[in-house]
Design a protein. Structure first.
Lengths: 114, 115
């Protein structure tokens, strides 16, 4: 069975500081991993995804994530936080069998302090 | 290209009433997923449908909940005899293919409040 764990339900950073949101996964096969962002009262928007190939994945809005198999991690980073980055961030892993349903973490709420 | 459409965006029902949530996938997408987000929680998979077929409903409660995706028209998630615990945000996602790793595109959600 697959699952993801997001450590830290709330993260606060100063504007201009590094953003680091943690995601660890559990999967019996090579995982396909996703990061989505959710702004208040909106749907989820894809930031980036890892399927195969290069382990450092670049996404939209300056975000990137690195797949580390040895650490079963897929942490999301951004060098310099902007006020507009304040949102809820979800890590997800794709199901192994059946359809392509996603298993989501519980989310990390990012606050950016001016 | 319009994104995934969901309506209504907000729905208020009294206990015992029925709730019908609609989802129109992106153009060209024939795979639809429904997820439920309870307050302070992540999204939980409910059901996966293709046109006229339910492929996987393993996340759907056994009673009161049903889903369909007819040949014509939107996908419908139906909740009969709603209870307060059904209050949540319901998201629909669509994808053009069903292969593992395919990106899912999410709608804005329907926020259901049961009084």
């Amino acid at each position: 069975a697959q699952s993801v764990t997001q450590l830290g339900s709330h993260v606060s950073v100063s504007e201009g500081a590094l953003v680091l949101l943690r995601c660890n996964y559990s999967s019996s096969v090579p995982p396909y991993l996703f990061w989505y962002v959710q702004y208040p009262n909106q749907g989820l928007q894809l930031l980036l995804k890892y399927t195969t190939g290069a382990t450092l994945v670049k996404g939209i809005n300056g975000f990137e994530a690195e797949f580390k198999k040895s650490e079963t991690s897929f942490h999301l980073t951004k060098p310099s936080a902007h006020m507009s980055d304040a949102a809820e961030y979800f890590c997800a892993v794709s199901a192994i069998s059946g359809g392509n349903q996603f298993y989501f973490g519980t989310g990390t709420s990012l606050t950016v302090i001016p | 290209n319009a994104g995934v459409m969901q309506n209504p965006r907000h729905l208020v029902r009294r206990r015992g009433q029925e709730a019908r949530l609609r989802c129109s996938p992106m153009k060209g997408h024939s795979h639809v997923y429904w997820y439920r987000q309870l307050p302070e929680e992540g999204l939980k998979f409910m059901v996966y449908l293709q046109k006229e077929n339910i492929i996987d409903e393993s996340g759907m409660p056994k009673e009161r909940f049903s889903a369909e995706f007819p040949k014509e028209g939107p996908s419908i998630l139906r909740i009969q005899q709603v209870v307060r615990g059904d209050s949540a945000a319901y998201f629909c996602a669509s994808s053009p293919q069903s292969g593992r790793g395919e990106t899912q595109y999410f709608g804005p959600g329907t926020r259901l409040l049961v009084l």
